[in-house]
Design a protein around this ligand. Structure first.
Ligand code: APR
Length: 310
C-alpha cells in the first residue's frame, strides 16, 4: 500500500510540499486547509493530478478541510498558520498561531496518532513544543523544521560567497530558529577543506549574520509573507529520511532531555532521522564561545515555550 502524506495548511509552503511529495512519489497526498479554503485546496490537488502525466508520478492527491481524510497518515507536515509580514518577528505570531496549532493538534491526534509529525509553523520552537504537549505523542515522533533550513541557507551563502558548488559545502547550524541561532564555522568544510582556512574572519562573520537574518531578508523582499521554496524542500528532506529509513543526519528542533544541558525544550540539534523517527541526537563538543552562544539561544527558546503556558 502507498504511504500517506498529510499536509496541514495548503498555502504557500503547503502547495510546494504537495508538488515535491508528488514528484518524489512519496505516497498519496492530502492537502488540508480551513473550510473557507477547502475549494482552493481541492483545486491545487486537482491541478497536481493533472500535472502527473508530464511530471511522471503516480499519486492520489486530494484537497479537503475534513480531518477524517488524513486518517492513518504516515507523515504529517504542518504549515497551518500565519506567516510574517514585513516588520514582524516570528514571536509576533505566537498568539495567533498557538490557537491554530491547538486545533491542528486535536485533529492529528484523533486521526493520525502514529504519524511522524514535522512542524513548520512559526515561531517554530514554541509551536513544535506546543504540538508535542498538546498531542502527548512520543518525542521521537514530533520534530520541528528549522535547522535543516538554517543549514541550507548557511551552505548556500557560503557557496555564493566563495564561488564553489553548494554540494561540497557541509556544515551545521544549532539552536533556535531566530536571530540567535548558532552557525558553526569551525565545523564547516568545503570539499573537506575547513572553512576557516579558505575564508577570512570578516567573510565568515558576514555569512553568519546573513544566515541568522535570512528569513527576514526574504520577508523584506516579499513585503508580504515569508519564504516557501526552501522551507518546503527542507521539510520534504526530513520526511523522506523517515519514509525511506535513510538515516540522514540533519539539524532539527528535537526534544532535548539533558542533551546540550537542555531539559524539556525543542532545540535545533543534529538528529538522525530513520524509520523510527528521531532515532538519535548527536552531541557536539562545543568551544566555550560556541557554548555561550548556544546558551543565549536556549534562553530565547525557553521564554517563548513558557509563553505557550503549556
Ligand atoms: N487548519 C488548517 N489550515 C490552516 C488553519 C487551520 N486551523 N489556519 C490557517 N490555515 C492555513 C491558511 O488558510 C493558509 O492556507 O494555513 C495556510 C498557511 O499558508 P500561508 O499563509 O501561505 O503561509 P506559508 O507561507 O505557507 O507559511 C506557513 O510556516 O514558515 C512558517 O512563518 C510561516 O507560520 C508560517 C507557516
Amino acid at each position: 500500500m502507498r504511504k500517506k502524506i498529510a499536509l496541514i495548511g495548503g498555502g504557500q509552503i503547503g502547495q510546494i510540499l504537495a508538488m515535491l511529495a508528488a514528484q518524489k512519489e512519496m505516497g498519496d497526498i492530502v492537502l488540508l486547509d480551513i473550510p473557507e479554503l477547502e475549494n482552493p485546496a481541492k483545486g491545487k490537488a486537482l491541478d497536481l493530478m493533472e500535472m502527473a502525466p508530464h511530471g511522471n508520478y503516480d499519486a492520489n492527491i486530494i484537497g479537503t478541510s475534513n480531518y477524517k481524510d488524513i486518517e492513518g497518515a504516515d507523515v504529517v507536515i504542518i504549515t497551518a498558520g500565519k506567516p510574517r509580514q514585513a516588520g514582524m518577528t516570528r514571536e509576533d505570531l505566537l498568539a495567533v498561531n498557538l490557537q491554530i496549532i491547538t486545533q491542528v493538534a486535536a485533529g492529528v491526534k484523533q486521526y493520525a496518532p502514529k504519524a511522524f509529525c514535522i512542524i513548520v509553523t512559526n515561531p517554530l520552537d514554541a509551536m513544535v513544543y506546543a504540538f508535542y504537549k498538546l498531542t502527548g505523542f512520543p518525542k521521537h515522533q514530533v520534530v520541528g523544521m528549522a535547522g535543516a533550513l538554517d543549514t541550507a541557507r548557511w551552505r548556500a551563502f557560503i557557496a555564493m560567497e566563495l564561488g564553489v558548488s553548494v554540494a561540497d559545502v557541509a556544515g551545521t547550524v544549532l539552536g533556535g530558529h531566530g536571530p540567535d541561532m548558532v552557525p558553526l564555522p569551525r565545523l564547516t568544510t568545503v570539499g573537506g577543506v575547513p572553512l576557516n582556512e579558505i575564508a577570512t574572519k570578516e567573510q565568515i562573520d558576514k555569512l553568519a549574520t546573513r544566515t541568522r537574518e535570512a528569513g527576514t531578508e526574504i520577508v523584506k523582499l516579499f513585503g508580504k509573507g515569508s519564504a516557501f521554496f526552501s522551507p518546503a524542500w527542507s521539510a520534504i528532506t526530513m520526511a523522506e529520511s523517515y519514509l525511506k529509513n535513510k538515516h540522514r543526519v540533519l539539524p532539527c528542533a528535537a526534544l532535548c532531555e539533558g542533551e546540550y544541558g537542555v531539559k524539556g525544550l525543542f532545540i535545533g540539534v543534529p538528529c538522525l532521522i530513520g524509520a523510527k523517527g528521531i532515532e538519535k541526537i548527536y552531541e557536539i563538543k562545543l568551544t566555550d564561545e560556541e557554548s555561550a552562544m548556544l546558551q543565549k539561544t536556549i534562553g530565547v527558546v525557553s521564554k517563548t515555550a513558557e509563553e505557550t503556558k503549556l
